[in-house]
Design a protein around this ligand. Structure first.
Ligand code: AFD
Ligand code: MN
Ligand code: MN
Length: 424
């Protein structure tokens, strides 16, 4: 389904007056609003191909209808999102779920939707049909060289698909680990994984990055071979300058101070990118900002502080992506909400008076420091985000327009009710 500019303009016409009055009021309270708007216009978030259909749990899956049936339709869905909010200009593919049949056609389709290909994701956490060796006891960590080789070859194949599509990074997320004490030797598992990653790293083109994603637990419950940021950083440091740690917000043990982790990884020049989502308990994969919006703001606060300190470009120097699963909401509405929450947290963090915060810190003025942060967090920045969207041709209210146009009903008509996006 393709959206016409005129439809967006008509939609905006209806609410532009209210928007303008809110916006004019907000900019009287905000310094540097023009520079913030231009940063917001540049800031783009990649959408994972596996989040476009309904997810599920081990208890079941409830299809919402009209899910993309193939890579082409996944690109169309992200294209539609990007047309609505102008802040989601990339799609991240998962191999083998998204193997292109015709690279040129896929590149053209993405271009027609103004999209690029973000990080490529490998999959050694499932056995595929016809696969020779099983990953039941791990992949890159496996005690059997032949299993490790199969997993290494798969990752190299993923890089090759990515090169064809113009991607510039590989994300390796491993389910490797153990379920019971004694099942494996921690050091051997680490060494095997490191040696395997080295072979994959050697196949990376010079302008590519490798993201090593960590996860505390699940599917393994006793140990995970890339279980936390310390282990990820160890691998990334030993691998070399093209390897970085990737932070998925849902991959920590409860109450972890993620903003501190982010700050230190940035300091070390080893933070590669993000998978945004939110959670109450663990890897819940809920909508970004739906449960702990203050934490999301605090993370952006550290990101901006650390990136500015290293003179990094906010929009392009880290990988920004959503990694979510949609069990009850319409996946596209849910993703639009996630992008909005990320943009809001980013904007609020841009408002923080860093000079005043530093002064408060030097004086150990704890109450003042909290006032400064919460002043920004409690500012309703939505008109700034909407203004950036308006200026880049998006809809003032993407979800309202999505509903006005009955997009889901149209997708169900086109694709059917019982479709299932490839993936988990
Ligand atoms: C996992 C990880 C990882 C992976 C994805 C697969 O977060 O990013 O690629 O889910 O669906 O939980
Ligand atoms: Mn992830
Ligand atoms: Mn996850």
């Amino acid at each position: 389904m393709k959206l016409d500019d005129r439809i967006i303009a008509q939609h905006n016409q209806k609410s532009v007056d209210i928007h303008k009055s809110k916006f004019e009021f907000l900019i009287t309270q905000v310094d540097y609003s023009e520079s913030i708007i231009s940063k917001l216009i540049d800031f783009q978030i990649a959408i994972p191909s596996w989040a476009l259909g309904n997810g599920g749990t081990r208890f079941g899956r409830f299809a919402g209808g009209g899910e993309p049936r193939n890579l082409e339709e996944k690109i169309e869905d992200v294209g539609l999102m990007h047309k609505l909010n102008r802040s989601a200009n990339a799609i991240s593919l998962h191999i083998p779920w998204d193997i292109p049949k015709d690279y040129q056609a896929i590149r053209d389709l993405a271009k027609a939707h103004d999209l690029r290909f973000d990080a490529m994701n490998s999959n050694t956490f499932q056995d595929q049909k016809g696969q020779e060796k099983s990953y039941k006891y791990g992949s890159l960590q496996h005690v059997d060289t032949a299993v490790r080789k199969q997993a290494i070859d798969h990752n190299i194949e993923v890089i090759k698909h990515g090169i064809e599509l113009g991607s510039k990074s590989l994300t390796v997320w491993l389910a490797d680990g153990s379920c019971f004490p004694g099942q494996l030797n921690f050091r051997t598992a680490f060494q095997n994984t490191l040696e395997s990653l080295k072979e994959i790293y050697a196949a990376l083109p010079s302008d590519w990055k490798m993201f090593v994603e960590y996860k505390a637990y699940e599917p393994n419950f006793y140990s995970t071979t890339v279980g936390d940021w310390g282990q990820s950083l160890l691998y990334a440091s030993k691998l070399g300058p093209k390897a970085y740690t990737l932070v998925d917000l849902g991959h920590h043990l409860p109450n972890a101070n993620i903003e501190q982790i982010v700050s230190l990884l940035l300091m070390e020049g080893k933070l590669g990118g993000f998978h945004f989502n939110d959670s109450k308990y663990g890897d819940d994969d809920l909508t970004a900002g739906s449960i702990k919006p203050y934490q999301l703001f605090l993370i952006f606060n550290e990101l901006i502080e650390g990136m500015d300190d290293r003179k990094m470009n906010h929009a392009t120097d880290l990988g920004w992506m959503i990694d979510a699963s949609h069990n009850v909401k319409d996946p596209l509405e849910d993703l639009l909400q996630s992008v909005e929450a990320i943009m809001i947290a980013y904007t609020q963090a841009l408002l923080v008076d860093r000079k005043a915060l530093r002064e408060a810190q030097l004086k150990n003025d704890v109450a003042r420091a909290q006032e400064i942060l919460q002043d920004s967090f409690r500012t309703d920045v939505r008109p700034l985000v909407a203004e950036a969207r308006l200026r880049s041709g998006g809809a003032l209210n993407p979800i309202s327009l999505f509903r006005e146009l009955n997009v889901r009903a149209e997708l169900i008509r086109e694709r059917g009710m019982k479709t299932a996006a490839t993936g988990l």
